[in-house]
Design a protein around this ligand. Structure first.
Ligand SMILES: NC(=O)c1ccc[n+]([C@@H]2O[C@H](COP(=O)([O-])OP(=O)(O)OC[C@H]3O[C@@H](n4cnc5c(N)ncnc54)[C@H](OP(=O)(O)O)[C@@H]3O)[C@@H](O)[C@H]2O)c1
Length: 367
């Protein structure tokens, strides 16, 4: 390993600012511990949102740094088991899961099964179980090494796109005939648009001028409008707002424009805000309702429908992973960046909102 053993910390006061430091020596592995060597991880605005809510939702707690001013921003990716003292977790096994931007991560394996294991470290209790599970690729029948980059980017996002559409469809779109999607250039947004392709509902994109051509190129939406043109949409069609931007000013405009024809406001993301302001006294119409994929999965677990859900979801997800990088008409091109220093530049661009949506960023760890 050339760059081992380092980690990229994020300055909490400026999420785009990172610090590459050595990981403190962790000594010999003790019973139950597993050392994971990160190989590739994705970076999208979703990671910036984890950091933005680092204190509010607890993401800073997941990978402690021992410092108040710097945290470890979580990312999703693939790693190899470099050393193991956990029965059932073999050296060399490939896993998918939640990591800090670091060469290695030491975890305390529990709930080891054929499909994977969880990290039992006490600080990981800060987030739902889904964030603490490491999936063994060899046991995942949908795993395809050729789709790893696509999977690293979209797996953490598509589950939200998919469950949000499931939720809205089950509710018959709250009576809406049209869905207006903000930050339509985001991967979570167009994942939802893909899921809605067969539904009898109009799906309208809202995006910035900079990203309009990209959103049009996807062909995933029935119409594409810039934010400025929101008021040009007819206001008499029952409309549902699928909000990825989370921008309070835009939300007020959406509510004011559609008025009583706004049937539901589904708040999923906050690409343009660092706070979820659900209580806005100036808001006309339905109060925004935050959507969280993990809650949906918990409901399937409680109802005993989780297995059936996953059967359907994993098959559809694989089709989507392949669609986005389909060679003749890819939706995005995936760019591999080498090493943590390169990751620092990608984080800066994402935090500043100047990334090109046509490129998906994957970071490879130099070895
Ligand atoms: N609730 C959940 O369970 C859940 C799960 C997954 C993701 N999410 C959220 O969904 C959102 C999208 O994540 P993603 O990873 O899919 O995003 P992404 O693909 O990286 O998309 C980024 C887009 O967001 C907008 N944007 C980003 N930074 C901006 C800035 N500084 N100023 C203005 N616009 C900015 C731009 O779109 P436009 O020009 O089109 O606005 C940009 O193209 C995130 O907030 C994420 O946390 C929520």
């Amino acid at each position: 390993m050339t760059d081992a053993n380092h980690r990229l910390m994020t300055r909490k006061a400026d999420i785009g600012d990172t610090l590459n430091t050595a990981i403190p020596d962790q000594g010999e592995l003790v019973e139950g511990e597993v050392l994971l060597a990160l190989d590739r991880f994705s970076l999208t605005t979703n990671n910036i949102t984890y950091a933005a809510y680092g204190d509010a939702i607890g993401y800073w707690k997941v990978f402690p740094t021992g410092r108040d001013d710097y945290g470890l921003m979580p990312v999703w990716g693939f790693a190899d088991v470099a050393a193991s003292r956990a029965e059932g977790v073999e050296v060399g096994a490939r896993v998918f899961g939640y990591f800090p931007m670091a060469d290695t991560l030491l975890v305390q394996a529990e709930k080891v099964s054929r499909g994977g294991f969880a990290d039992a470290s006490p600080w990981r209790k800060a987030v739902p179980d889904i964030y603490n599970r490491y999936v063994l690729c060899a046991a995942d029948r949908h795993y395809d090494p050729a789709l790893e980059n696509s999977e690293a980017i979209f797996r953490p996002l598509f589950v939200t796109s998919y469950t949000a559409v499931d939720f809205l469809r089950d509710a018959r779109f709250f009576g809406a005939k049209r869905i207006v999607v903000s930050s339509a250039s985001s991967k979570t947004a167009y994942g939802a648009a893909w899921c809605l392709e067969q539904d009898d509902i109009e799906v309208v994109a809202l995006t910035g001028a900079r990203n309009r051509a990209f959103v049009e190129s996807l062909g995933a939406y029935d119409a594409v409008h810039e934010y400025d043109a929101l008021e040009s949409l007819s206001a008499d069609v029952p409309t549902l707002y699928l909000d990825l931007a989370g921008d309070p000013a835009l939300r007020r405009r959406v509510h004011a424009h559609f008025g009583r024809h706004l049937t539901y406001d589904c708040l999923v993301g906050s690409t343009q805000s660092d706070g979820f302001t659900l209580d806005d006294p100036e808001l006309v119409g339905p109060k925004p309702v935050f959507f969280f994929a993990a809650t949906c999965l918990d409901q399937h677990r409680e109802r005993g429908t989780l297995h059936a859900f996953y059967e359907r979801f994993l098959a559809d997800q694989k089709t989507f992973f392949a669609r986005v990088i389909e060679p003749t008409s890819p939706w995005i091109s995936i760019v591999e960046h080498q090493g943590l220093e390169a990751a620092a530049k990608v984080v800066r661009a994402l935090a500043d909102g100047v990334s090109d949506p046509a490129e998906g960023a994957v970071v490879r760890i130099n070895r």
